[in-house]
Ligand binder design. Structure first.
Ligand code: VGL
Ligand code: ZN
Length: 206
């Protein structure tokens, strides 16, 4: 058994002061850093959108922030402009110890398709290669933490379990947006699909 920690989207735009700030998002930083210290292998994900991205409300005149609309890949929540490639807001927060990361997976880089998951785009077609990377390293258990619990953490964890990894969301090292019942919907999906929740203090890496 070999473990990996996936730290999802701990980027300036998801932290207080950022364009899509998760309330108290910075409160998870000490727990995330402690997990990074202890994990045998660490992967970071980085939301990385081009200007005019399909997930930005600004790209859909006549629609409001947080509206849900139909796009080619399915339902799309409309967000404020965030994590634009090359901007300060898209940078991984300097508060986390990114030095130990073995890999950084960028996602959402195609204008017309979003990607909450670090494994596959929202259209289900283009895979990032992360599952192959983890498998080649002999990883069998995956612990997911970061931002946001109910979007990118959840989708990444659901795809990890679908790819055959024994998958945990580290709940107190993750922070939620919680819009329109998204957090309870995420927890429901974890239960149905076999993703387990765990507290950071209970994580024993192998
Ligand atoms: C995320 C909304 C839009 C996330 C990314 O990291 O959870 N949420 N893009
Ligand atoms: Zn995004």
């Amino acid at each position: 058994m070999s473990d990996a920690l996936i730290v999802v989207d701990v980027q300036n735009d998801f932290l207080p002061g950022g364009a899509l700030a998760v309330a108290n998002g910075d409160s998870i930083i000490p727990a995330v850093n402690d997990l990074i210290d202890r994990a045998p292998y660490v992967v970071l994900t980085q939301d990385w959108h081009p200007e005019g991205h399909v997930s930005f409300a600004q790209s859909h005149p006549g629609h409001q922030l947080y509206d849900v609309i139909d796009v080619s890949s399915g339902k799309q929540v409309l967000w404020p402009v965030h994590c634009v490639q090359g901007t300060q807001g898209a940078e991984i927060s300097r508060l986390i110890n990114a030095v130990k990361a073995g890999a950084i997976v960028r996602k959402g880089a195609k204008r017309a398709v979003d990607s909450y998951s670090g494994f596959v785009d929202a259209d289900g077609k283009t895979r990032s290669g992360l599952a192959g990377l983890l498998r080649e390293r002999g990883v069998t258990r995956v612990f997911v933490c970061g931002l946001a619990t109910d979007f990118c953490v959840s989708w990444t964890a659901l795809d990890a379990v679908a790819a055959g990894f024994d998958t945990y969301v580290v709940t107190d090292a993750s922070g939620a947006i919680d819009v329109n019942g998204s957090l309870s919907a995420a927890r429901q999906a974890w239960q149905e699909r076999g993703v387990k929740g765990i507290r950071a203090a209970d994580v024993r890496f192998e």
